[in-house]
Design a protein around this ligand. Structure first.
Ligand SMILES: NC(=O)C1=CN([C@@H]2O[C@H](COP(=O)(O)OP(=O)(O)OC[C@H]3O[C@@H](n4cnc5c(N)ncnc54)[C@H](O)[C@@H]3O)[C@@H](O)[C@H]2O)[C@H](O)CC1
Ligand SMILES: [K+]
Length: 457
């Protein structure tokens, strides 16, 4: 939830409950986690001037009542309201942040969702030093120094763990927030939240039924052109992703690949157009290794004109570029775009967080967009958003995007649509990466995709 949505949810609660009671709950939740990690060690709580600081004073009081050695350092005194009341309920001394001495356990309650501008250099350095000197650091709601709605870096330290209050915010999963938050925990503080944006979750996929056959399970066409290896990876991934039949349409009928991979020879774009007339086809993937030649462009146009669900990746996205909206708006069949940051920028400018910009491209094209990266954002035409953060960093190797495109084509061929198909593909991809361990080649992802799928049926 964004900062504004969070405020609205809080306001709704304040209509029937005192703000003090909600803040008590938040502070108590923080104290429970802090005590768990402190394991008896001395604690330094740093408190800011707003409600994040209010939570911090409550936390300090609870920790001290629990028998821990707690000191408090503040940056600005709370002026009024619940936070000021919590400050006055803290009976120990409060030193200025500039006088704070590091302690083994640090609780960071300087700023939360109220962060509106970057931290100034002074407090930024002080906080960073205290975090570095601590054995364990826990941030209340957000590491102080992140823009809540985008995860942009406002000078936040990298803490050991962050306890999100009531709901995850975009900063817990996007941009700089991805690495600054450390381990993200979520506290239920009885503020009801109804979010249409969620973290990507393990899909539940139907196994084949007794009456299924290769066509009913979905036939995928992968288009091969300039770099055959990339299209082959996508085709193999479609097989591992559960498609019943995969054919690779290309100029060379003898190119490699597993025996089960069917090759269909196409010379010109007309051949592809003719192939794609078959109503046995359940989805098409084009773009991995497509190239940017005249022939690539002609093949892309043939694919765009076909009546089947279509996954557009790699060079297909670059070829569409700023014209993506014009080419895609009138396409009737489901369409997915799977850009990485560079391809996305070539198609669409947009403003705001990665979520906002991804939704912008959805609006522009009418397609489901799977915006890749360490923080993968999926957005659909119904406004639904899924984010997958924290996938294996070893995915940053050539060919993994081709595998994702193939996995997505398989989900489309199995009948999944929109965000659900993209979420399933992204989850399978991340899970296969974690099964593959360190330093894998993209080929190994394919080898682990079936095992990942096995966890979903
Ligand atoms: N509303 C509630 O009762 C509850 C809120 N919870 C916690 O409150 C914070 C959000 O609190 P808020 O007072 O809105 O903002 P902050 O404490 O994050 O910030 C305070 C204040 O600081 C100013 N400010 C912004 N940027 C800077 C900067 N770079 N340097 C200096 N000062 C800055 C700004 O004007 C803000 O007003 C939320 O995260 C929760 O922790 C409880 O969870 C529940 C009850
Ligand atoms: K904080």
């Amino acid at each position: 939830m964004t900062a504004a949505e969070m405020r609205a949810a809080e306001e709704a609660v304040f209509r029937r409950e005192r703000q003090l009671d909600v803040m008590e709950r938040a502070g108590a939740a923080v104290a429970r986690e802090a005590a768990r990690f402190a394991t008896g060690r001395p604690v330094l709580v740093v408190a800011g001037p707003g409600n994040n600081g209010g939570d911090a004073y409550v936390c300090a009081r609870h920790l001290r009542q629990g028998g821990l050695d707690v000191s408090v350092a503040a940056m600005g005194e709370p002026k009024a309201g619940a936070a000021a009341e919590m400050w006055s309920r803290w009976e120990g001394p409060v030193v200025s942040l500039y006088e704070a001495r590091p302690r083994p356990m640090l609780v960071d309650g300087l700023f939360g969702t109220g962060m509106t501008r970057p931290l100034e250099r002074g407090p930024r350095a002080l906080l960073a030093d205290l975090v570095t000197a601590a054995d364990f650091s826990l941030s209340i709601d957000l590491p102080s120094g992140l823009e809540t709605d985008s995860g942009a870096d406002f000078g936040a330290p990298r803490v050991s763990a962050t306890l999100a209050l009531a709901a995850l915010k975009p900063a817990h999963v996007l941009d700089a927030g991805l690495e600054r938050c450390g381990h993200v925990l979520l506290a239920d503080i009885a503020i009801p939240v109804a979010a249409h944006r969620r973290a990507a979750a393990r899909p539940r996929l139907a196994p084949p039924g007794a009456g299924d056959h290769k066509y009913s399970r979905g036939m995928v066409v992968a288009v091969e052109c300039a770099m055959p290896g990339a299209a082959r990876l996508a085709a193999r991934a479609a097989m591992a992703g559960g498609a019943g039949y995969v054919t690779l349409a290309g100029a060379d009928p003898r190119g490699g690949g597993p025996d089960a991979l069917v090759r269909t020879r196409i010379e010109a774009a007309e051949d592809l157009a003719e192939l794609l007339e078959s109503d046995r086809i359940a989805s098409v993937v084009i773009g991995p290794g497509l190239g940017r030649e005249r022939r690539s462009e002609a093949l892309l146009k043939a694919a765009l004109a076909c009546p089947h669900p279509l996954v557009l990746d790699g060079d297909a996205l670059t070829l569409l570029g700023r014209q993506a909206g014009r080419w895609l708006r009138d396409r009737r069949a489901p369409t997915w775009l799977t850009p990485h940051a560079g391809e996305f920028a070539r198609m669409f400018e947009g403003e705001g967080s990665k979520i906002d910009r991804t939704l912008g491209l959805v609006l522009e094209t009418g397609a489901t967009v799977l915006h890749k990266g360490a923080d993968t954002v999926i957005a659909g035409t119904d406004g639904a958003v899924r984010v997958l953060a924290g996938a294996s960093p070893w995915l940053s190797t050539a060919g993994t995007g081709d595998v994702l495109a193939g996995l997505l084509a398989a989900q489309a061929a199995r009948g999944l649509r929109g965000v659900a198909a993209a979420e399933a593909a992204v989850w399978l991809h991340a899970r296969a990466a974690s099964l593959a361990g360190p330093a894998f080649a993209a080929d190994a992802l394919v080898d682990h995709a079936a095992a990942a799928l096995g966890e979903c049926v």
